[in-house]
Write a protein that binds this ligand. Structure first.
Ligand code: NAP
Length: 484
């Protein structure tokens, strides 16, 4: 099928799908979740063979994917996400009457979604992007990730079964294979109304630039990763240096470092615990069991990235990795804050089990580092309660740099919930107003429309006087479930 035919079918499916009741969209998402669970071991084994990810991790990721689908089903069912807002008419207002105004979010139309290599379920075929687009009412044209084509086909069939069982058009979800050239054609197509992407900076930025050059530009929600700095404050460092090294090492090693929230940068004070912290971190990284990376390309990129960074001025190698074709051995380096401030390249993500420790002298140093920092998915501060409060202005600066600010804990492990933000200022993403994880991800695929003085018969259920869906609405500035 040509891409024109794919988009024609998607446009036809949109005419039907946008009118489907919210409860039917919710039912579709729940049916997809059930179909995925029914794939059982075959799905896990296939993903394991294609990605080298351990079965236990894949089992957890499948569970997360199913809960994401259920979360968006609940959101569609509940309906308040549409931001229904009504300003009732004021016919007697002077000097001019106010018309009846009713606003809500409506789906954008067919959207293009790129799967990610490092999450074959949760950020791929039926992952969070697909679930949130379908919940919003958008047909999906999905570009398979070449790293796990068989897994993708299995999930695609599960989605098709669900569409059939729910009596919905099959083109509500279409699956496209191919390389970057096909990806570019998808982004350029006039019928595409938005793009969601998770992957490299190079890929995400190329797609974003292409979308901006279209005669009709469209939003691109590209999540391109970051170095997720951890700032360790002096009192905490003095008191717990060894435990902190252990905690940091675990996070760096998780999933062979193949998480976009992997901490690739750690700020540690120059004091009498610095050496023991570095030694402990190095030992923990070196002694951990080694694992295969997703594929050879990612592995060779990892070692290339580490070697480039180790060759930079002022960088001291603490743990040189034993290079392998597929196994990602951990690496560690150190640099002074002054050297780090002078070299932007030291902020680049090395995708894999690597971290760079930057040593500093005082809180003012940390402020300078925070100012210099590029946009991040996460920033983390580790400190005692009193020094966290004293470092309030550091937190204030970091708030401008990231989508999630942690006080304690590690950035790896992203909760799928209502309050989560998985996004951040460029270059972490191409749209800092959005999140690709959690309930608010649905907003990426919708736009506001205001109906002015519309006949009651033409209003969507969300905006009708008697509130038939019983959703929360803002009427004349007040949040309520009341009728008009
Ligand atoms: P990628 O190279 O960015 O590819 C992701 C998807 O985008 C693939 O489907 C790819 O298609 C497509 N694509 C890439 N460049 C494109 C372009 N110019 N035009 C249109 N489509 C394009 O990411 P990856 O394959 O997952 O891994 C490569 C590197 O990305 C890793 O080594 C790592 O550094 C980084 N990465 C980051 C994250 C993160 O969380 N931010 C996740 C995974 C990987 P083709 O493969 O068919 O070209």
């Amino acid at each position: 099928m040509s891409l024109n035919q794919v988009f024609d079918k998607a446009a036809e499916a949109f005419k039907v799908y946008k009118k489907v009741a919210a409860s039917e969209k919710a039912n579709l998402l729940r049916t997809i979740a059930a179909e995925i669970e029914q794939l059982g071991d075959e799905l896990l084994q296939t993903a394991h063979q294609e990605s080298n990810l351990p079965l236990a991790r894949l089992t957890g990721e499948r569970g997360r994917t199913v809960s994401q689908l259920q979360l968006f089903a609940s959101l569609a069912d509940e309906g308040t996400w549409t931001e229904a807002t009504i300003d009732t008419a004021l016919p007697d207002r002077q000097p001019a009457p106010r018309p009846d105004l009713r606003r809500m979010l409506v789906p954008l139309g067919p959207v293009v979604i790129f799967g990610a290599s490092n999450f074959p379920f949760a950020f791929s075929t039926a992952g969070g992007d697909t679930a949130s687009a379908l919940a919003a009412g958008c047909p999906v044209i999905y570009k398979e990730h070449p790293g796990h084509p068989k897994t993708s086909q299995l999930v695609y069939k599960a989605i098709q079964n669900a569409l059939q069982a729910c009596g919905l058009p099959e083109a509500v979800f279409q699956h496209v294979s191919g390389g970057a050239d096909i990806g570019q054609e998808l982004v350029k197509h006039p019928e595409a109304k938005a793009v969601a992407f998770t992957g490299s900076y190079k890929g995400g930025k190329a797609i974003f630039d292409q979308a901006c050059q279209r005669p009709q530009p469209i939003p691109v929600y590209a999540e391109m990763g970051s170095v997720n700095p951890i700032f360790i404050l002096p009192e905490k460092a003095e008191a717990e240096s060894k435990q902190l090294a252990g905690q940091a090492a675990q996070s760096v090693l998780l999933g062979v470092g193949q998480f976009c929230t992997n901490p690739g940068l750690i700020f540690y004070p120059e004091n009498d615990t610095t050496e023991s912290f570095l030694q402990e971190l190095s030992e923990k990284l070196e002694s951990a069991p080694t694992n295969k990376m997703l594929h050879e390309g990612i592995c060779s990129n990892y070692y290339k990235g580490v070697n480039q960074l180790l060759a930079a001025g002022g960088v001291e190698k603490l743990l040189a990795p034993d290079e392998d074709v597929l196994v990602g051995n951990a690496a560690l380096a150190k640099v002074s804050l002054e050297q780090w401030l002078q070299n932007e390249a030291l902020q680049e993500e090395v995708f894999g089990p690597f971290t760079l420790v930057v040593t500093y002298h005082g809180l003012e140093d940390l402020e300078r580092a925070a100012e210099k920092l590029q946009g991040q998915l996460t920033c983390t501060v580790w400190g005692t309660t009193s020094e966290l409060i004293q470092a309030g202005s550091l937190a204030d600066t970091l708030r401008e740099k990231c989508g999630r600010l942690l006080f304690g804990g590690v950035p790896t492990g992203v909760e799928v919930s209502y309050a989560m933000t998985h996004g951040g200022p460029f270059p972490a993403t191409t749209d800092s107003r959005s999140t690709s994880v959690g309930a608010y991800a649905i907003k990426r695929f919708a736009r506001p429309v205001t109906f002015q003085s519309a006949p009651a018969e033409l209003l969507p259920q969300e905006l009708q006087d008697d509130n038939p869906l019983s959703i929360w609405r803002t009427i004349d500035g007040k949040l309520t479930k009341d009728n008009i």
